[in-house]
Design a protein around this ligand. Structure first.
Ligand code: ARG
Ligand code: ZN
Length: 859
């Protein structure tokens, strides 16, 4: 059944304190829990969540409970006849080594660790497993010292001792009220890198990053990232760390990216382990950003937590906003914006346009795990940015301070967040709240008119929102902060403010109604308008530009993000356009030639401009998706441009060799980015430079880019290079995922045979989420020609693998199934084959995750 936002009831019982004792063992762990319980709504039964627990003992206030005093059905424990404050003691047995779902307590390699968000705690022991129940915690861990020398939990370490029989014990206390979803323990032969610092409030804090012993040297970069994030939150938001230790543990088996458990973040190893020989520059930046994301949750998520899961974006959207501001402040703001908008346009817009579309704050769910989406995270972050633009930077900053202060230690709602910002800005935010309730990407249609006789110029802006599942519309207009500029014939900015009924502050227009008109009476010439600089609003924008106008604007606009954006639009015209195609290609060639010749331009920015819109972005630009035609048109544009730009590409590639040598300073990373972009383009002409780079380089950034060209262009040396790479990194699962990813994304229909080969190889590990993503995530999300094979074999393979993985790890299976979200827009033939693949799953999925997603996809 569904859970509805409107049905929220506060907890009937409070749990002020939880005291847990673990006797850890991979095959059978015993958990004793003492819960202090207080009635919050007298008369309500005492119900606790507990999933698949083997109940060994149960006592109330020190007295064993007879069987007629309680019921446990494998899901919920009901204790009868309790009305007053009491202590409940339970002892349960759980089986970590048999836990392939990776929710609750599980084994990864030689480690035992936990993942509780959203509803995994109930697989460890009994609790009201909901975010608005927030005990303080005492956690005692006992285990065999030899196998589990390090024992970590939330909070501060308060004691440890040796026990009989080679066992030992560690005790942790978490004094902050913390919901069960933020509970964590980790045990095993962990080694660490460590540093200490003093917070702005004067607290001494030890920072540790832990991994299995052989990996610990590769934790140093992540440790530095924690320190940078901690300092940034002090400076930018005045938020300090609040425990004596901050621990991070890296695990090879982890369903998501990472988890912000209080004082004990647990990470997918891919977002921790890095050195220049095994990680790319992109990996380093991703590590820094995920480390920051989880650290920043300590305030946006932990100190201020959620009332219920409908509020998920209140911590996730806000924390994505915070981590992207962190990255923008530390590195290039424009490049960060480009990265974010690429993801939003390519993937979140697709989600918003398909059968899985949902509001940033959903109104109902069947399985909350299926709502850790691009909409909740990335669109949610954009809404914070929209709010900031609407109220202004200063009021926004004051609103954030007020939100943290007013809600510290509380389980908050979106309404609490809006109340803090309304109070700080003095603005009624009820119109803004619609952004959270209405699904679908808003569209702005803009048309210009110019009257020769009077010299009057006008822009008409019409906003609309598409119908989405459960929301047929019509939808009320949204407040949209839209930046704009007008340029005169020589590229000068028109300073005159328009006459309009919409509020205008400088270059920021605030759309409030479904239609607004902006007038410049007697302007005297027809200007060239530009919109949505910096992507001020997460909207689709329609204005009929000619290729020449886009190219002109790409020279006039000062902001690198806007210039990149205009080039992307030009490339979309060159690939999907009809009449404009040739002109767009020529305009693009000219602008790119200029950029390649410009030694003053940041090479990292030029590399972004060379990265043509990806398949997902192109698919968003057309009404019916013909993967073969789109990929073919993209490929032929690349081939044409590469041939036309061969000389500048070779020159730039060679000139940057010295700067690209090594090191993580911005200039070296930028040089490698542009060299690799040039190499990729040159691969359309010949693969000799790729072979040379592959043989000579010392960095993973250059090695992997070269291998990609060799494999994807099927160069003569491809097989030998792959074998050499495979052997060199044979013991490293993360690097193994990298070459597997290249194999799975070779842009050709017959790459499916390579995937089948992988699935039959010793490299196939269906219980390891990273490996599933490397093989099948890459095939379904990164290889349109193989996934959408005309014979339907790609669709069938993914459906069969979803069915096979569903009983192992339902969350991973459901993620994979999401690759079908665009199926209704596929060209005929492919649409039928996708539909048949989905239909074939009807009786093959048992998990709540899989069933929920399948039903929504087919609805
Ligand atoms: N809170 C984690 C993060 O964003 C992600 C947890 C994902 N949980 C899930 N059930 N999908 O940092
Ligand atoms: Zn998060």
């Amino acid at each position: 059944g569904h859970v509805y936002l409107a049905d929220y009831q506060p907890p009937a019982w409070r749990i002020p304190h939880a005291d847990l004792r673990f006797d850890l063992d991979p095959d059978a762990t015993e958990v004793e829990a003492r819960l202090r319980l207080e009635p919050a709504r007298p008369g309500e039964p005492l119900l606790l969540d507990g999933e698949d627990l083997e109940l060994l003992a149960i006592e109330l206030d020190g007295q064993p409970l007879p069987p007629e005093r309680y019921d446990y059905d494998g899901q919920r424990l009901c204790v009868h006849g309790v009305a007053a404050a009491c202590e409940l003691r339970t002892r349960v047995r759980i089986r970590p080594a048999a836990n392939t779902r990776l929710e609750g307590l599980y084994r990864s390699g030689s480690l035992l660790l936990t993942q509780c968000e959203s509803e995994g705690f109930r697989r460890i022991t009994f609790l009201a497993d909901r975010p608005d129940v927030m005990p303080t915690w005492r956690i005692t861990l006992r285990a065999e010292r030899r196998a589990y020398p390090v024992l970590l939990a939330n909070g501060n370490p308060v004691g440890s001792r040796e026990l009989e029989g080679g066992r030992h014990e560690a005790v942790w206390e978490n004094p902050h009220p913390t919901p069960g979803y933020l509970f964590a323990i980790a045990a095993g032969p962990l080694a660490r890198v460590s540093t200490t610092l003093t917070t702005a409030e004067g607290r001494r804090v030890e920072l540790n990053v832990w991994a299995e012993a052989g990996d610990v040297e590769r934790c140093r970069y992540a440790l530095g990232a924690v320190e940078r994030a901690l300092r940034w939150d002090e400076q930018r938001f005045g938020r300090c760390y609040d425990l004596d230790v901050f621990n991070i543990v890296a695990a090879q088996d982890f369903t998501m990216g990472a988890m912000e458990n209080k004082g004990l973040n647990i990470f997918n190893a891919r977002y921790i382990l890095a050195d220049e020989a095994t990680a790319t520059d992109t990996d380093f930046l991703a590590i820094e950003s995920v480390v920051a994301h989880e650290y920043l949750h300590n305030w946006s998520g932990n100190r201020v937590t959620l009332r219920d899961w409908f509020q998920l974006s209140l911590k996730e959207g806000l924390t994505v906003y915070r981590d992207s501001e962190f990255s923008a402040d530390l590195h290039s703001r424009a490049l960060k914006r480009i990265e974010v908008v690429r993801l939003l346009r390519g993937r979140q817009f697709a989600e918003d346009a398909g059968p899985l579309a949902h509001p940033v704050r959903p109104q109902r769910y069947r399985e909350i795990s299926n709502f850790y989406t691009l909409t909740v995270y990335e669109k949610g972050a954009e809404l914070i940015r929209v709010l900031q633009a609407l109220v202004g930077d200063e009021a926004f900053q004051a609103g954030m301070a007020r939100y943290f202060a007013d809600n510290d230690g509380r389980a908050a709602t979106l309404e609490d967040f809006l109340a803090a910002h309304a109070a700080a800005s003095g603005r009624d935010l009820s119109d803004f709240a619609r952004w959270y309730a209405q699904a679908g990407t808003p569209e702005l249609r803009i048309s210009a008119s110019f009257d020769e006789a009077s010299g009057d110029y006008a822009l008409e802006i019409i906003q609309s929102q598409p119908a989405t599942p459960g929301q047929p519309g019509p939808k009320a207009p949204l407040p949209i902060p839209l930046r704009f500029a007008l340029y005169g014939p020589a590229g000068q900015r028109v300073g005159a403010a328009p006459q309009t009924d919409a509020p205008v502050r400088g270059d920021l227009l605030e759309l409030r109604e479904a239609r607004h008109v902006l007038r410049w009476p007697g302007l005297g010439f027809q200007p060239l308008p530009a919109f949505n600089q910096g992507f001020s609003a997460p909207v689709r924008l329609r204005f009929d530009y000619t290729p020449a106008q886009l190219a002109t604007l790409a020279r006039w606009e000062a902001d690198p993000f806007s210039r990149w954006d205009l080039l992307q639009q030009l490339a979309v015209q060159a690939i999907t356009g009809t009449d404009a195609r040739v002109a767009a290609t020529e305009a693009l060639r000219e602008v790119l030639a200029g950029l390649l010749a410009d030694d003053g331009a940041d090479p990292a920015f030029v590399a972004e401009c060379l990265a043509l819109p990806d398949f997902d972005t192109l698919a968003e630009a057309v009404p019916v998706v013909d993967p073969q035609a789109l990929a073919g048109a993209r490929e032929s544009l690349l081939a044409t441009l590469a041939a036309a730009l061969e000389q500048p590409l070779r020159q730039r590639y060679a000139a940057l060799a010295a700067a690209a040598g090594g090191g993580l300073q911005a200039s070296a990373m930028a040089a490698r980015a542009l060299r690799n972009a040039c190499l990729d383009w040159l691969g359309h002409l010949d693969t000799v430079p790729a072979q040379t780079q592959f043989d000579a380089t010392a960095t993973m950034t250059e090695r992997l880019a070269a291998l990609r060209v060799l494999l994807h262009r099927q160069a003569p040396g491809a097989e030998a290079a792959l074998a050499a790479f495979r052997e060199r990194f044979a013991g490293d699962p993360l690097v193994t995922d990298k070459w597997i990813g290249l194999v799975a994304t070779r842009p050709a229909a017959d790459a499916l045979a390579d995937v089948q080969w992988l699935l039959a190889s010793p490299w196939w590990k269906p219980a390891n989420p990273n490996r599933v993503r490397a093989v099948l995530g890459n095939l379904s999300r990164g290889n349109p020609l193989a996934f959408h094979r005309l014979d339907g074999a790609g669709h069938r393979l993914i459906a069969d693998q979803v069915a096979a993985i569903d009983p192992i790890n339902p969350q991973v299976a459901a993620r994979l199934l999401g690759a079908f979200e665009g199926w209704r827009r596929l060209r005929s033939g492919l649409r039928e084959s996708a539909e048949a693949a989905l239909a074939s799953l009807q009786d093959r999925l048992a998990s709540a995750d899989g069933r929920d997603l399948l039903d929504r996809l087919r609805a």
